[in-house]
Design a protein around this ligand. Sequence first.
Ligand code: HEM
Length: 155
Amino acid sequence: MTPTLYEWAGGTEAFERLTDAFYARVVTDDLLGPLFAHMSPEHARGVAVWLAEVFGGPAAYTAQHGGYPHMVAKHVGMAITEPQRRRWVNLIQDAADEAGLPEDPEFRAAFLGYIEWGTRLARLNSQPGADVVRDAPVPHWGWGVAPPFNPPAQP
Ligand code: HEM
């Protein structure tokens, strides 16, 4: 069985390390800091739970954190700019390095694929007057075209 991205990453603790490292960077960032000035202390953990569910872990964001409608509502009206989106992408990759997420090409390609998709949707949904889909399931992201590389067993 191919492991999920969640399992390959190291489970819930790995996503908690990721978001701790990410928001430590965000709060001092010139472009992102002001957007997150009123962030709740639970925010980093909430995003870790979201990412864990997206990558194939427990469906805890859906069960305990308000699911997709809660996440999307947090972004509506924020008018995220492209430089802010790109900074979010850059900082989460720095945080992935710091948190020790797997560095293999297959994992990082799938991880970044979701981050690109998710941040672009967040930016679109955040624009004034956007036609936002308010209710949907939490998306599930997989390996795509490059599953984890397993070298053939030696004879
Ligand atoms: C893959 C991309 C993204 C994901 C997975 C994501 C996820 C989330 C989630 C799950 C929440 C709600 C947290 C909770 O349950 O309390 C949230 C809130 C928020 N997000 Fe995002 N987000 C993404 C992209 C962005 C981007 C690009 C920005 C801005 C540049 C942004 C800014 C915010 C802000 C300011 C909040 C509210 C923070 C607060 O005051 O509590 N997000 N995000």
